[in-house]
Design a protein around this ligand. Structure first.
Ligand code: NAP
Length: 260
């Protein structure tokens, strides 16, 4: 299927690895030029070089912490011209217990997983509205639909973003701009390894055993891949997805046991 977005420009945040990279690769495959961001320059440059060589699109790599005002300013400045597609993403907050977290911990989580995507939308939506076309996909989490007890910071911050998107998506839709959220269940990335590592240490089992136990909780009996996730993102950014507005789309291999 031709996604109809060849020649457009996407800003993909936190995209040198994992789910962000999956989105960047799928958009590049559809012919989209990229502004690609992550903090670590080495992995970012390697991913950018790989995508340029594989897809022949323009990739502007910007090493910056997207959760800071200075980082966002650097990324937006490097983008220069119009940005048609925005994929927001950042690292997830650390696990812990509800009683552990201080006000500062909450502020950090809110900054990373709620206020950063909101600030990027505020910066880029006006241009999309003026050009009468735009796509925003926020990478959030399955924790929006079903809380993950040890990830209370994520549960809280992402719920705030979800509320913002629910209203805003319906305000910008008349201008040809869609905003949707993609909710990853467990995907095979460094983040999943880090969480499995924590479980392995806590329970005195191997990393492989921790992963096997978690895979057994998913109806497809495996973790999702970044490529599968990226393909869903690229479709949401396509010309075919103009009637999909303000949705929270769960990609979890059936793990969320719910009828609706
Ligand atoms: P990942 O494999 O650890 O990759 C994270 C990517 O984000 C890397 O490219 C990293 O590069 C970049 N990054 C992290 N913090 C950043 C920052 N402050 N500024 C700019 N770039 C940043 O993570 P992932 O599994 O793809 O997860 C992506 C998001 O989905 C996270 O918010 C995670 O909580 C959420 N999620 C993941 C899963 C899963 O199973 N994987 C499930 C539910 C939710 P640098 O470190 O070099 O910056």
């Amino acid at each position: 299927m031709d996604l109809g977005i060849r020649g457009k420009t996407a800003l993909v945040c936190a995209g040198s690895k994992g789910l962000g990279r999956g989105c960047a690769e799928a958009l590049a495959e559809a012919g989209v030029d990229l502004v690609l961001n992550a903090r670590g320059a080495e992995a970012l440059e390697a991913t950018a070089a790989h995508i340029r060589a594989a897809q022949g699109v323009r990739v502007t790599a910007v090493a910056a912490d997207i959760t800071t005002e200075a980082g966002r300013a650097a990324v937006l400045q490097a983008a220069g011209g119009p940005v048609d597609i925005l994929v927001t993403n950042a690292g997830g907050p650390p696990p812990g217990l509800w009683s552990d977290w201080s006000r500062e911990d909450f502020i950090k989580a809110l900054d990373a997983n709620m206020l950063t995507p909101i600030a990027l939308m505020q910066a880029l939506l006006p241009g999309m509205i003026a050009r009468k076309w735009g796509r925003v996909v926020n990478i959030t989490s399955q924790s929006v639909k079903a809380p993950i007890p040890q990830l209370g910071l994520s549960n809280a911050a992402r719920a705030g973003l979800t509320g913002f998107v629910a209203g805003t998506a319906r305000q910008v839709a008349e201008h040809g701009v869609t905003i949707n959220n993609l909710l990853p269940g467990i995907h095979a990335t460094d983040r999943a390894d880090a969480l499995d590592g924590g479980v392995a240490r806590a329970q005195g089992i191997s990393l492989d055993e921790a992963r096997r136990r978690r895979e057994a909780t998913i109806p497809v009996r495996r973790y999702g891949t970044a490529a599968e996730f990226g393909a869903a993102c690229a479709f949401l950014c396509s010309v075919h997805a103009g009637f999909i507005v303000g949705q929270n789309i769960l990609l979890d291999g059936g793990a969320g046991n719910a009828t609706l």
